[in-house]
Design a protein around this ligand. Structure first.
Ligand code: BJW
Length: 250
C-alpha cells in the first residue's frame, strides 16, 4: 500500500482551526458494508433506479415497492458496524471538544453509523432510515426490529408509515439545514468526505465554506466535481485516510 500523503500546510490549517466542519456521504459507510446511494442496485432491485425510488412521487405511485426497498436497506444497516472512518471522526470530535474547539459533523447518511461510533450532535440533513413517520399522526417511531409484517407498513393509528428520509424535491429538515449552513459559512476548515457532490444543497456547502474564507478539502475514493474546487484533495478510502490524518495530527 502506498503511504498516504497529507500536506503539511493542510495539517497546520487543521491545528490552527477553531471551527472544523465535516460533511460526510455514503462513501464513509461503504467500508461498513452499506452500499453507496449510486452503487448499482443488485439482485431483485437491479431493474430500479435509486434516483426514481427516492421520490415522493414513487411512494405515492407504488408505496409497496418503495417501502420494501427502504426496509431491506434498514435491515442491512442494522447489521452493519462503524468502520475506522466513523471512529476516527468520533475521536477527532472528542479531542476538539477537549481543546475547546468546535467540530461540526454534517451527514447526508441515513444509517446512524456516526452516532454508533460515538459522534454527538450529528446534523442529519437527509434524515434517518431507522425512523419511520406515520402519515396520519406525523409521529416518528424508531424501528430496530425485523422486517415489517406488511408493505407498505402501517402505524398503530392505521396510517401509512414512510421512512423519515428526505426525498428529491422535499425540503431538508429546517433546523438541520440552518445548522449545516451556519457551520459551513463560519468554519475555518471544511472537509467533504465520501460524497459524490451531486446532490444539493449539500453539494453547495464546500463552495459556501470556500467563499466564506475557509480552507477546504476533499477525501474521496474517486474525483468528484468538488475535487478541483477544494484546496486539498486526498484520493483514497475514507477508512484509511481519516485514521492516518488523525495520527499525523498527533
Ligand atoms: C468513497 C468510498 C470510500 C465510495 N472512501 N469515498 C440546485 C441545483 C440543481 C438541483 C438542485 C439544486 N437544489 C436542489 C436541487 C434538486 C435536488 C438535487 O440536488 N438534485 C440533483 C440530483 C441535481 N435536491 C433536492 O431535491 C433536495 N431538496 C431541496 O433542495 O429542496 C428544496 C425545497 C425547498 C422548499 C420546499 C421544497 C423543496 C433534497 C435532496 C435529498 C437527497 N436525498 C437522498 C435520498 C435519501 C434517502 C435514501 O438514502 O434513499 O440522499 S438522494 C441520495 O444522494 C441520498 C444521499 O444522502 C445523497 C448524496 O449521495 P452521496 O452520499 O454523495 O452518495 P453517492 O452514492 O452519490 O456517492 C458516494 C461517493 O462515495 C462517491 O463519490 C464515491 O467515489 C465515494 N466512495 N467508497 C471514500 N471507501
Amino acid at each position: 500500500m502506498t503511504p498516504i500523503e497529507i500536506k503539511s500546510d493542510f495539517l497546520s490549517a487543521l491545528r490552527e482551526a477553531n471551527h472544523i466542519a465535516i460533511l460526510t456521504g455514503a462513501g464513509v459507510s461503504a467500508e461498513s458494508g452499506v452500499p453507496t446511494f449510486r452503487d448499482a442496485l443488485t439482485g431483485l432491485w437491479a431493474k430500479y433506479d435509486p434516483m426514481q425510488l427516492a421520490t415522493p412521487e414513487a411512494f405515492s405511485r407504488d408505496p409497496e415497492t418503495v417501502t420494501r426497498w427502504y426496509d431491506q436497506r434498514r435491515l442491512n444497516v442494522l447489521k452493519c458496524e462503524p468502520n475506522p472512518a466513523h471512529r476516527a471522526l468520533a475521536q477527532w470530535q472528542r479531542s476538539c471538544a477537549a481543546g475547546g474547539r468546535t467540530f461540526t459533523l454534517i451527514t447526508q447518511n441515513v444509517d446512524r453509523l456516526h452516532q454508533a461510533a460515538g459522534s454527538t450532535d450529528v446534523i442529519e440533513i437527509h434524515g434517518s432510515l431507522i425512523e419511520w413517520r406515520c402519515l396520519i399522526t406525523q409521529r416518528l417511531q424508531e424501528c430496530r426490529g425485523g422486517p415489517f409484517p406488511q408493505y407498505p407498513p402501517r402505524s398503530d393509528a392505521g396510517g401509512l408509515l414512510r421512512p423519515n428520509v428526505v426525498w428529491f424535491g422535499e425540503a431538508l429538515p429546517e433546523e438541520a439545514a440552518r445548522a449545516a449552513e451556519h457551520a459551513a459559512g463560519f468554519c475555518d476548515v471544511f472537509i467533504s468526505i465520501g460524497t459524490s457532490g451531486l446532490v444539493y444543497p449539500a453539494a453547495g456547502y464546500l463552495h459556501l465554506a470556500k467563499s466564506s474564507g475557509a480552507v477546504t478539502a476533499e477525501i474521496n475514493r474517486d474525483p468528484t466535481p468538488a475535487t478541483d474546487v477544494a484546496d486539498y484533495s486526498m484520493l483514497g478510502k475514507a477508512g484509511e485516510i481519516l485514521p492516518a490524518l488523525l495520527q499525523a495530527l498527533g
